[in-house]
Design a protein around this ligand. Structure first.
Ligand code: ATP
Length: 229
């Protein structure tokens, strides 16, 4: 199944072109790295896939349906870059709340919290959580309902190296089970070993798409590939 397909997609905020003729797809069981500097258009692409906005030109199809359709939305998990939760509620209470909203089984809640490494903290209020712990809770929220498409914006920011390795191990497992995953990042180093393909956005245009070894063979790529922090 195709997780999403952008065909000749352009988008403008007022008169400002932000995405310019993007062709990009993600298949099931694949991890795509979406790279670009600040303002390149990564979040805008995600908003179009989530159906929060309509493209100015072109088509966006998601899970073989239309972006934004409720029957499609329930199979999408999204982790935004800076995730915030009610500080007075515990991790378990927050995830149970989102499980109800998403129509996911409440039985999933403790299982997911354990999967993201919050087993011992699930009954603590989230005001006591570190940024990394909030990030993991956000990931658990994104995984509610067993999404077929998972989109993560800078998912390892705030995580220590062990937690980062755990996260990527989990993403690979999900990928091997058939989930399509998009990882958005400013930087390639560190993410490279975990992705199947990379898409590089520069000022709203897709500069390159493909597996990293093929991209490196392109003469103009080495500069872009070292998108250092
Ligand atoms: P970052 O890595 O900083 O999150 P990004 O690659 O996700 O950047 P976008 O957030 O998609 O980039 O922004 C693309 C362009 O659109 C930027 O020039 C940004 O200033 C502009 N933009 C984003 N949101 C709005 C908005 N609500 N109104 C007007 N312009 C916007």
């Amino acid at each position: 199944m195709s997780c999403f397909r952008l065909e000749n997609v352009s988008f403008r905020y007022d008169k400002k072109p932000v995405l310019k003729g993007i062709d990009l797809r993600l298949e099931s069981g694949e991890i795509l790295g979406l790279f670009g500097h600040n303002g390149a258009g990564k979040t805008t692409s995600i908003k179009l896939i989530l159906g929060l906005m309509q493209p100015t030109q072109g088509t966006v199809s998601v899970l073989d349906g239309h972006a934004g359709d409720p029957e499609v939305a329930q199979f999408i998990g999204y982790l935004p870059e800076n995730v915030m939760f009610y500080p007075q509620l515990t991790g378990r209470e927050i995830l149970s709340h989102f499980a109800r909203l998403k129509g996911a089984s409440p039985g999933q809640v403790p299982e997911l919290l354990s999967q993201v490494g919050l087993a011992d903290a699930m009954d603590a209020r989230t005001k006591t959580y570190s940024k990394g712990m909030r990030q993991r809770l956000g990931l658990a929220q994104a995984l509610l309902g067993k999404p077929k498409l998972l989109m993560l914006d800078e998912p390892t920011v705030g995580l220590d190296p062990v937690a980062t390795a755990d996260l990527y191990r989990l993403l690979r497992k999900l990928r091997d089970e058939g989930t399509g995953i998009v990882l958005c990042s400013h930087v390639l180093p560190g993410v490279e070993p975990y992705i199947d393909r990379a898409a590089i956005l520069t000022d709203g245009a897709l500069q390159a798409v493909g597996d990293l070894s093929a991209l490196r063979r392109q003469a103009n790529m080495p500069v872009t590939l070292s998108l250092d922090p």
